[in-house]
Design a protein around this ligand. Structure first.
Ligand code: GAL
Length: 791
C-alpha cells in the first residue's frame, strides 16, 4: 500500500449546494486539520459551527495507478460526510470521531480529478452524541487528516496484534491478518517482530483460504510495556504484494474486584478525563498539539487518561503508547439513548470502528461501550458488549454510568461518583454504587461540583485542589476500587446549558490553554520523575475573608520542606505526619510558620513563647477574635507578666506570620529529596511584574500537515509566582506564523498560551508585547513535504 497525504490546498466554502460536486467551487484556500468556524474564547453562539459546508480539491492521478485500487481515507469529519469524486457520490459516513475510507477506483481517471466533500456539522438526531443536550461542543469540519491509499487487487485491510500469555515464559503475539479477499490456500504471509529495525522473531505462515488468517508468534524474550517503561515493538506483515507495519506492546491489563493489575502487579489508577478541544480552533489540531497534551498528562503525574467521550486522534494515542500513559476510550454520547433505529445502529457501528481503529495501541486498557452516563438499555448494551467481545478477546469492557445499582452488562462497573460536596463523605461506599461483586473504577469526580477558575480567590483554588486530593486519597484507601479518574484535565467550551454562562466549563485542573491551576499540583506531586513543590498560598492575608490566611498546603513529592523567612530558617515540614495519608505524596499542611523565632527574638520565657506562637498560629487559621477567645487565659497572664498590651501581641502576628505595616516578609521553601535540595519556591509581595514566555519547542516541521507550537505566557511576581489577578493586555505579532486565535488578548489569571501555526519554511518569529515587557521568540520552520507523498 502506498499512502499519499491530501492535507494541503483544499478550497472551502461555508455552504453546500447540490451543484458543487459538479463544478469548480470558489472559496477560501485551507489546510487540514481544519475547523469550519473559529469560535471565540468564550461568550459566543454555539450554533456558529453547526452548518453544512463544502471542501474541494483537485488530485492528479498518475498512470502508475492504472492497475491499482485507490481509496480515500478520512481520519475524522464532524459529523456526517458525503464524498464525491468527479461529481459522483462515492461513499458517505456518519459519526465524527472515527476514521473511514471508501474505494474510488471506479470514479477516477488518469490526470486531474476533483474530490468534493459535503460536511454536515449540525447536531443530527441520527448520530450520537446528538439528540439531546451535551456538555461539550463538537465543532465542525474535516478536522483530522485525509489521505489517498493505493492498493493491490487484494490487500491487507487490518492487522490485529494481541499480546498473549505475557506473564508466562510462553509469551506470544497473536496475529490476525484480515485481507479484503480470501487469500489462496498455502499463500505465504511473512511476519516479523522488530525492535528498532532489528528482526527479533520471524514467521512464514501458510495461509488458509480465508479473509481472516490467525496465527501466533512465540516471543519469549518480550519486554513488557508499562507506564515506567513503555517498551514498543513493531510487527510487519507481508502478503499479496503488500507490507504493513504496526507498533504494539506486550502487556496485560486486568480490572478485578480487588483492584487493577497491570502485568500482574497491582497498580492504582490515577487518571484525568480529556476533551480533545482547544481554544478557538476546536478539534482541529495537528500531531504536535495532540502529543503536547499526552506529555502534559504525563507531567500531571497521571497513569491513565479517559478520552471522554469519544475516540481521540491517533497521534494522541500513539503518544500515550510511547509515553506510557494508559487509556480508557469510549464511544461517543452523553447521557441520552435515542429510540431511533439509525441512531442506535450508528452507536453500535461506533463500537466496531473504535476497536478496529485502535486495537493495537498497548496504552488502551479498557473499551467504553455504553453512552456516557446513560440509563440502562439492555437491548443496546447487550449488542455493544457482544460486539466488543467478539472483536477483542484481550480487553475488558466498561460502560460509564452515574446511576447507582444500574445493570452491569460490561466487565467493569465504571462509575462517575460526584459525592464530594465538601462534606465528610468523599466517595459512595461500594455497596451503594453496586451490590454486584464486580470490579469498580471511578471514572469521574469533582468537575461541576466545584467549578474553579484560575482567577478565583485563593481559598477556592485551594479547596478545589484539596477536593481532588481527598477523592484520590479515598480511592487509594479502598482495596475494592481500581482507582479514580478526575473531571477533568482542562477547562472546555460547552453549550449554554452548562458551564459558567460564558460557554466555558471551568472544571479542569488546568485552564483551556492547559495552564496549571492549583489543583494541577495535587496530581503533579504524585509522581517521582521530577521534583515538585508548590505552595497553595501567596501569603497575602487580604485575599482572605476577615484576613484569615487559613491553612496553607505544600504540594510536593519531596521528603522534607525547609522554610526560611527573610532568609532565617524557621522550620522543616514532613509529609508523613499529615492527613490524606493514602496519597503517595500527601500535601503538607504548613501549620507552623514561626518555628523558634519568638523564643529567639522576644524577651519572654520559653513557655510564654510557646503560648504566643500558638496564639499567632491560631489567628492565621481562625481570625483574631476567635483566636483571642480560645487563648484568653494564657494571653492575660503573658500580658500581665511582660507588660504587653493586646496590640503588641497582635503585632507579633504580623512579624512572625504575615500582616500589615511591617517590613516585607519573604518566604523561601526548599524541597529536599534524598538529602539534597532539589527545588525551591519563593513568596513575597510583587513589586514589578515579570514576563515569562516559553515555547514548547523552537523547531517546527511542515510535513504530513502544517505544524503548531504552544507558547506559554505568564505574568510572574519578582519571586517567580504566577500573578492570579493579572489581566493585562497582550499583543501578539507573528512573522511567518499564523496565530490561532486573537492577536490582541489578555492574561487570564496571570497566564495564557497561544498556539501558532506554520506558514513557510525558514525563520519565523512571535513577538509578545505587554505594558510591562516585550519579548520575541524565534523559530526555525523546516519544510519536509518533499520527503512524503503528496498528490
Ligand atoms: C458528568 C459528565 C461529564 C461532565 C461532568 C461535569 O456528569 O459525564 O461529561 O459534564 O459531569 O462535572
Amino acid at each position: 500500500m502506498e499512502k499519499y497525504h491530501l492535507n494541503y490546498g483544499w478550497i472551502y466554502r461555508s455552504d453546500f449546494d447540490d451543484s458543487y460536486p459538479q463544478i469548480a467551487i470558489e472559496g477560501e484556500l485551507v489546510d487540514i486539520p481544519h475547523c469550519n468556524s473559529m469560535v471565540d474564547y468564550n461568550n459566543f453562539d454555539e450554533k456558529t459551527y453547526q452548518y453544512v459546508s463544502c471542501y474541494q480539491r483537485k488530485i492528479n492521478i498518475p498512470a502508475s495507478f492504472a492497475q491499482k485500487r485507490v481509496f480515500l481515507r478520512f481520519e475524522a469529519v464532524m459529523c456526517y460526510a458525503e464524498v464525491f469524486v468527479n461529481g459522483e457520490l462515492a461513499f458517505f459516513h456518519s459519526g465524527g470521531y472515527t476514521a473511514f475510507e471508501g474505494e474510488i477506483t471506479q470514479y477516477i481517471k488518469q490526470g486531474e480529478n476533483t474530490l468534493t466533500v459535503k460536511v454536515d456539522s449540525r447536531e443530527r438526531e441520527d448520530i450520537p452524541p446528538f439528540g439531546n443536550v451535551i456538555d461539550y461542543l463538537t465543532y465542525g469540519g474535516i478536522y483530522r487528516e485525509v489521505s489517498l491509499l493505493v492498493r493491490e487487487e487484494n490487500f491487507i485491510k487490518n492487522v490485529f496484534i494481541s499480546p498473549l500469555r505475557v506473564l508466562s515464559d510462553k509469551k506470544a503475539v497473536g496475529v490476525k491478518v484480515v485481507t479484503e479477499k480470501a487469500l489462496k490456500e498455502g499463500e505465504t504471509i511473512v511476519c516479523n517482530i522488530e525492535d528498532e529495525g532489528q528482526i527479533l522473531e520471524s514467521v512464514e505462515w501458510r495461509a488458509k483460504e480465508s479473509t481472516e488468517n490467525e496465527f501466533e508468534i512465540a516471543f519469549a524474550k518480550a519486554v513488557l510495556w508499562e507506564p515506567s517503561r513503555p517498551k514498543l515493538y513493531r510487527l510487519t506483515v507481508e502478503v499479496c504484494g503488500e507490507k504493513v507495519s504496526e507498533t504494539f506492546g506486550m502487556r496485560i491489563a486486568e480490572f478485578t474486584k480487588r483492584g487493577f493489575y497491570l502485568n500482574g502487579k497491582e497498580s492504582k489508577i490515577l487518571g484525568l478525563n480529556r476533551h480533545q478541544s482547544f481554544p478557538y480552533v476546536g478539534y482541529a489540531m495537528p500531531k504536535s498539539a495532540q502529543e503536547e497534551d499526552a506529555l502534559k498528562l504525563k507531567e500531571l503525574g497521571v497513569n491513565l487518561v479517559r478520552t471522554s467521550h469519544y475516540v481521540n486522534s491517533r497521534h494522541f494515542l500513539e503518544a500515550c503508547d510511547k509515553l506510557g500513559l494508559m487509556v480508557f476510550t469510549e464511544i461517543p454520547g452523553w447521557q441520552f439513548v435515542s429510540k431511533r433505529e439509525d441512531w442506535r445502529a450508528n452507536a453500535i457501528e461506533s463500537v466496531r470502528e473504535m476497536i478496529e481503529e485502535c486495537y493495537n495501541h498497548p496504552s488502551i486498557v479498557l473499551w467504553g461501550v455504553r453512552i456516557n452516563e446513560s440509563p440502562d438499555d439492555d437491548e443496546l448494551y447487550r449488542k455493544t458488549n457482544a460486539l466488543a467481545h467478539a472483536l477483542d478477546k484481550t480487553r475488558q469492557t466498561g460502560g460509564v454510568r452515574c446511576i447507582p445499582q444500574s445493570k452491569l452488562l460490561e466487565d467493569v462497573y465504571t462509575f462517575n461518583d460526584f459525592t464530594n460536596n465538601g462534606a465528610k463523605m468523599k466517595l459512595m461506599p461500594k455497596f451503594i454504587v453496586t451490590k454486584l461483586n464486580a470490579p469498580l473504577l471511578i471514572t469521574e469526580h469533582n468537575g461541576h461540583m466545584f467549578p474553579t477558575k484560575s482567577f478565583d480567590n485563593e481559598k477556592r483554588r485551594t479547596e478545589h485542589a484539596l477536593r481532588h486530593a481527598e477523592v484520590i486519597n479515598q480511592a487509594n484507601k479502598r482495596k475494592n476500587t481500581c482507582g479514580a479518574i478526575g473531571w477533568c484535565m482542562s477547562d472546555y467550551n460547552t453549550h449554554k446549558d452548562f458551564g459558567s454562562g460564558d460557554k466555558i466549563c471551568y472544571h479542569g485542573v488546568t485552564d483551556m490553554f492547559r495552564m496549571d491551576k492549583q489543583a494541577a499540583f495535587v496530581y503533579k506531586s504524585q509522581q517521582d520523575d521530577i521534583p515538585v513543590l508548590e505552595v497553595s498560598s501567596n501569603m497575602e492575608i487580604g485575599d482572605h475573608d476577615a484576613a484569615k490566611l487559613g491553612d496553607v498546603y505544600i504540594y510536593t513529592n519531596c521528603d522534607e520542606v525547609k522554610m526560611y523567612k527573610n532568609d532565617a530558617f524557621v522550620a522543616s515540614y514532613y509529609p508523613r505526619k499529615q492527613a490524606l495519608k493514602a496519597l503517595k505524596h500527601p500535601p503538607i499542611i504548613l501549620n507552623d510558620m514561626i518555628g523558634n523565632q519568638i523564643e529567639k527574638n522576644e524577651k519572654v520565657s520559653k513557655r510564654a513563647a510557646k503560648r504566643l506562637k500558638k496564639f499567632c498560629l491560631s489567628i492565621a487559621s481562625r481570625g483574631a477574635v476567635p483566636a483571642a477567645i480560645r487563648n484568653l487565659l494564657p494571653l492575660v497572664w503573658i500580658m500581665g507578666r511582660y507588660r504587653l498590651n493586646f496590640a503588641a501581641i497582635q503585632d507579633m502576628y504580623g512579624k512572625y506570620v504575615t500582616g500589615w505595616g511591617g517590613a516585607q516578609t519573604n518566604f523561601r521553601f526548599e524541597g529536599i529529596k534524598n538529602g539534597k535540595s532539589v527545588v525551591s519556591v519563593n513568596k513575597g509581595s510583587v513589586m514589578k511584574k515579570q514576563l515569562q514566555v516559553r515555547p514548547l519547542k523552537n523547531e517546527l516541521v511542515i510535513k504530513d500537515t502544517y505544524d503548531t507550537v504552544k507558547v506559554e505566557i505568564r505574568a510572574l511576581s519578582d519571586f517567580g509566582n504566577v500573578l492570579p489577578y493579572c489581566f493585562d493586555a497582550i499583543t501578539l505579532e507573528a512573522e511567518n506564523l499564523e496565530v490561532l486565535g486573537e492577536t490582541s488578548c489578555a492574561f487570564i489569571g496571570g497566564q495564557r498560551a497561544v498556539w501558532v501555526k506554520t506558514l513557510n519554511a525558514g525563520k519565523a518569529t512571535l513577538r509578545i508585547k505587554t505594558g510591562f515587557a516585550d519579548k520575541t521568540i524565534e523559530f526555525e520552520v523546516k519544510d519536509e513535504r518533499k520527503q512524503i507523498n503528496i498528490l
